[in-house]
Ligand binder design. Sequence first.
Ligand code: T1G
Length: 651
Amino acid sequence: MSVTYQNRNGIAVVTIDNPPVNAMSQAIRQQIWDIAGQIEADDAVQAVVLTGAGRLFVGGADITEFNRPPLEPHLTDLFTRIEDATKPWVVALHGVAMGGGVEIALACRARVAAPGSRFALPEVNIGIVPGAGGTQRLPRLIGVEAALPVVAENKTLGHEAALKLGLIDRVIEGDLVEGALAFAAEMLAGPLPVLARDRAIADPGAEFWQAASARIAKSSKGLTAPGRALEALRLGVEQGFAQGMAHERETFLTLKASAEAAALRYLFFAERAAPKPAALKGITPRAVSLAGVVGGGTMGTGIVAALRNAGINVVLSERDEAALTRAKDTLSGIFGAAAKRGLISQADVEARMAGIRFVIGYADMADCDLVIEAVFEELSVKREVFAALSQICRPDTILATNTSYIDPRQIADGFAGPERFIGLHFFSPAHVMKLLEIIPLPQTAPEVLASAFDLARRLGKVPAQSGICEGFIGNRILKRYRQEAEALVLAGVAWADIDAALRGFGYAMGPFEMQDLAGLDISYLNREAARARGEDIPTTPGDLLVRAGRKGQKTGGGWYDYTPGDRKPQLSAEAAQILAPLVAANPVQMDASAILDRLLAAMADEGQRILDEGIASDASVIDLVEVHGYGFPRGKGGPMLIAAGKKDEAK
Ligand code: T1G
């Protein structure tokens, strides 16, 4: 970890070297501070070029310091020192400049960058606002309209957009430092560029702020920082740079100390640790260039879309032409919708479709490096598929089941090459949901497990390794959550109050609204099948509703009533009447806080059992499952983090 400088014909080249992302830790800040003082005193130096060693410029302040009181020199003071230097600083950017990495660049006189460079102020992702001038200097450099999406909405700028907007002054082809030195020499020959802080800033007017405020309130999904970033930017426009800086700093420190920011930092690090389990260190994954998917239904086509979005060619197998045609139409629709939203081009749509071979049967799976089964959730149907695949596919082809409930050992039992089997549980829609539960069988080879994690990385998924139990991690906790919610209904708590409590906590919808959306009949049929196997399963509210024909939105009513064409749940006297026999004669009263405590405690209790049984390796894996698979509000971190916090409070 070091910051060095070298005098190159009167221009000091200052290099930050702090692998892996040149985070500006206290030691790095101190070294830059000291070198800035040395350069000011060095008559042999007329200007400075600041650059980063390694694959990127600077990934930001050192987030690992955020749980402790801020240490001097503070970035704000360091950046003022650079701005006030008598020798102008030019920053030479490459790879990525994020957060404080962008802010130190904004404090320099000028900025040059290598092609492919990317710039972002992603602080809102970790619950804070840019804390070293980003909300004040960036709009003075590129204008308020261009700056706001970067400051408050996590927009990343590429080098072309950055040049066009004036964030950078020149794109340097070839050697970046040499190009920056030449730029600095030219700069010295003429009038120095005006510092960002000294530039005028135009107020876009009330309409702009109203629209921006409404847009950000909607997109921030209950998180605090985006709205506060807009507020800091606006205040600086209205009250000037100094006031804006003071407000930004106060907001940054307040948010940094908040529970929401702590939860988001926890998830930030958990998401980076998830793809790198220690047990797989040094194990080389198998290359997957051609993947097979068996089953072109909702899950199968979602998985195909995820694979194609990652540039992996696919063989999609179905039973007959009609099913293949349906799958083709579904996939065209998925990619077409992405193009309509401007996420990909029409050419991308065609390329994605061209990379899919639609076949009947399994013969074409012989070339595949990996085959994912996504057929009906019935053991015998899955076993038929793997009986064929284990004969047709190469011995080293990885065979994965997408089952969400069935024990993968039963699916693979008796087939050749058991070491190549694994569970890959995608969440619907598979091309959207980031969670991928990875379920190795006892005999799964380490490089097959490593291949599953590598596939997750390529698909942009958050992997969560699960042991084998009913429902693995996520559906097991979901079952307990639903059981607890229904226990409250039987005790007399109104299900509308329960849903409202969960929505108030940050879920998009509560457990009963969710059941109406998904359909009550699926779990009803599972319970009936278990009863047919002789399992003693008491009658549940869902049983009574389904038996009364109330399967949810699809039948116009479940827990709630629905007006045709309107998904808004309405209290249902009929449902209340159907369930009355199950509800306690003396109903309990519970407010939202008590309801929440009860349900969160149940989730955490089931999570603790999952840890105790070795199904999950760490509490953070369980929280990633809940956040990325079940809509747990990100700003709360997860049921395990909340329970840990309650334990700490109790100490
Ligand atoms: N601080 C500390 N550690 C960091 C870090 C950071 N800013 N960024 C990454 N790491 C760790 C990460 O945990 C992982 O550790 C390793 O580096 C490689 O990360 C004042 C206050 C820069 C795009 O939010 O988006 O500046 O697992 O796997 O895929 O206003 O890292 O190896 O032990 O992600 O090449 C704002 C966060 C900070 C950017 C590189 N900056 N980082 O991606 O590597 S707050 C951010 C990223 C701030 C100012 C405020 C990415 C990356 P380990 P990685 P990558």
